[in-house]
Design a protein around this ligand. Structure first.
Ligand SMILES: [Zn+2]
Length: 83
């Protein structure tokens, strides 16, 4: 009977030790490590190419005086007199 009690206690200790170890890293993780996915998902202004209709981020768009384009080629084709 004593042996069974010792086994039960040791199992309880192991279980507590293991649950404590698995729970700790998640809580101790600094907030910065979970950020990359959030930073990736930050919304960007989207613009439409005035020539082909392609939607692209404003940072990648080629801007002209009146519209945005996906490339300098499309800007040239849409506004032949200007460039
Ligand atoms: Zn285009």
């Amino acid at each position: 009977m004593k042996f069974l009690l010792l086994l039960l206690i040791s199992l309880l200790v192991v279980w507590l030790w293991r649950s404590g170890r698995t729970a700790e890293p998640r809580e101790k993780r600094p907030p910065g490590t979970a950020r990359p996915t959030a930073a990736k998902a930050t919304p960007q202004d989207m613009v439409r190419c005035a020539h082909c209709g392609l939607h692209l981020p404003l940072s990648e768009a080629v801007a002209s005086t009146s519209a945005h384009y996906c490339s300098t080629e499309h800007r040239r084709l849409a506004e032949p007199g200007m460039y």
